[in-house]
Design a protein around this ligand. Structure first.
Ligand code: NAD
Ligand code: LMR
Length: 327
């Protein structure tokens, strides 16, 4: 067995937390030979419920779970953390947009950015799940000047997985047959699920589905899937979100499969005309523990218009929370 790694999870007593912790503890993230220490953060009133979750973790007798700690102090939960899953934040309810959460959740990420800066391992890899995820990741990063901004990412993997699943179903194929789907931009209804580079069973996806379905049904369905789940469940997606968070981090560490890519919200390096530093979802490949945005893709007028619309929304969100940035 290797030395344990430290994984911080915020919002650990929440719905996503409940779906995520058991998979992290079971070795689904880093494998059966890598013990993990879970460092769980919650608000004070939720600590009692969190103790119940800790009891259940113990009752699983996971061989990969080295230790669990709980705290209502970010300093303590982030101490020497190698990975941080920033889940804790308010979810939206029916009829709300994720951007309605912006000002209410922003303070959480300002405080946690500072705590990561002061207490986490310098190589910490961070995924922000709490909504609105892209701009919360930006706030986190702008309060953690000692951490490379590339290490602080936002989750668009759930959108990516939704895009793969919906395309596979339409093309009568399996998810494993689908490659090179990507999500551009914001984890919001302006996101752009792009099929222009995608293949199904090795053939161009857009030759296997009709253009009207792609434009009028597929794009809005993927972009509004979160609301569709809320309308059915009365609560936002939890198990699929936990799964996506785990896959985002696992691919970052272990690599994307050969011939494929994934989507991650990352600080733009200026490519595709997206302003440097904006946390925007790009297609990325992961290799050797690093991610690289896919370069040189053709962007037609249809794509350009959508990539710019979601970019403009992210710029507006950034401008609305500027006062939360340190310095
Ligand atoms: P939830 O309400 O069930 O759980 C959130 C938990 O966070 C609660 O237990 C709450 O006490 C805790 N919390 C609140 N403030 C905190 C703080 N400052 N520090 C630590 N913990 C804190 O919500 P959920 O369903 O688990 O969703 C969590 C977030 O994830 C929401 O913002 C939701 O919109 C978002 N989400 C994002 C995606 C995505 O694709 N990016 C997908 C699903 C959900
Ligand atoms: C999702 O996409 O399911 C989450 O972001 C929850 C939501 O508010 O839609």
């Amino acid at each position: 067995m290797k030395n344990p790694v430290r994984i911080a999870v915020t919002g650990a007593a929440g719905q996503i937390g409940y779906a995520l912790l058991f998979r992290l503890a079971a070795g689904d993230f880093l494998g059966p030979d890598q013990p993990v220490r879970l460092q769980l953060l919650e608000v004070t009133p939720a600590l009692k419920a969190l103790q119940g979750v800790v009891m259940e973790l113990a009752d699983c007798a996971f061989t990969t779970l080295a230790d669990v700690s709980t705290s209502d102090q970010a300093e303590s939960a982030f101490k020497d953390a190698d990975f941080a899953f920033l889940v804790g934040a308010k979810p939206r309810g029916p009829g709300m947009e994720r951007s309605d959460l912006l000002l209410g959740n922003a303070e959480i990420f300002r405080v946690q950015g500072r705590a990561l800066d002061e207490h986490a391992a310098r190589g910490v890899r961070v995924i922000v799940v709490g909504n609105p995820a892209n701009t919360n990741a930006l706030i986190t990063s702008r309060n953690a000047p000692g951490i490379n901004p590339r290490q602080i990412t936002a989750m668009t993997r759930l959108d990516h997985n939704r895009a793969v699943a919906l395309l596979a179903a339409r093309a009568n194929a399996g998810a494993a047959d689908v490659r090179r789907v990507c999500i551009w931009g914001n984890h919001s209804t302006t996101q752009y699920p792009d099929l222009h580079h995608a293949t199904v069973s090795g053939r161009p996806a857009l030759q296997q589905v009709d253009a009207a379905w792609y434009k009028d049904e597929y794009i809005p369905r993927v972009a509004k899937r979160g609301a569709e789940v809320i309308a059915a469940r009365g609560a936002s997606s939890a198990a699929s979100a936990a799964n996506a968070a785990l896959e985002h981090m696992r691919d970052w560490v272990n690599g994307t499969r050969s011939g494929d890519w994934t989507s991650m919200g990352i600080p733009s390096d200026g490519s595709y005309g997206i302003p440097e530093g904006l946390v925007y979802s790009f297609p990325v490949t992961c290799h050797g523990g690093n991610y690289t945005p896919v370069a040189g893709l053709d962007v037609n007028a249809f794509s350009r218009e959508r990539m710019d619309a979601t970019r403009r929304e992210l710029e507006e969100e950034r401008d609305a929370v500027k006062q939360m940035f340190a310095g």
